[in-house]
Design a protein around this ligand. Structure first.
Ligand code: 5GP
Length: 170
């Protein structure tokens, strides 16, 4: 059975275009270096960079949180590092969802130590009611309630990432 639609494709597209404008206005340079957090943010990144015409480069990082199922245990491990140096670059982390905030807190911490000229974070979704740690996210697409979402990059047991909308299991 397919998940129910929570955020339809058209609303995602509109909001992502707005986010691109927000990012463009905030980053004080004509070159933005995106660091996409695999795997969940791959569609968000793909759509975001296609509505930006400035000089854009991108790299990919992967983390995993220990624990299975729909709740993370809070322990984060670096699975794949970025390829290129972040030194002197205006970096924007691109993440699918901020839930407890532990993943982003870890990522911001390790990337800040690489000497970027600036470091900001764009998250498609945020579940503020679940936050365990105060983490700064400059660009948020949608604030949602505490529901487990899938689609548009987000999975349940590796399924549903290809859905063009954000959905919830019925
Ligand atoms: P945090 O460290 O903020 O608790 O969790 C961040 C990660 O947990 C996200 O990058 C995502 O992989 C996963 N996650 C949190 N909430 C959801 C959700 O509702 N659906 C899915 N598919 N993954 C989630």
């Amino acid at each position: 059975m397919l998940p129910d639609v929570l955020i339809p494709q058209a609303r995602l597209a509109t909001r992502i275009t707005e986010l691109a404008t927000e990012i463009r206005a905030a980053v004080p340079d004509d070159h933005i270096h995106f660091v996409c957090v695999l795997k969940g943010a791959f569609l968000f990144l793909a759509d975001l960079v296609r509505v930006m015409d400035e000089r854009v480069t991108m790299d990919f990082i992967a983390v995993s949180s220990y624990g299975a199922g729909t709740r993370s245990s809070g322990e984060v491990r670096l699975v794949k590092d970025v390829d290129a140096s972040l030194e002197g670059r205006h970096v924007v982390i691109v993440e699918d969802i901020v839930d407890t905030g532990l993943t982003l807190h870890y990522l911001q911490d390790i990337l800040r130590r690489r000497g970027p000229a600036s470091l900001r974070t764009a998250c498609l979704l945020s579940k503020p009611s679940r936050r365990k740690i105060d983490v700064r996210v400059e660009f948020i697409g949608f604030t949602i309630e505490d529901r487990f979402v899938v689609g548009y990059g987000l999975d349940y047991a590796e399924q549903y990432r290809n859905l063009p909308y954000v959905g919830v299991m019925p």
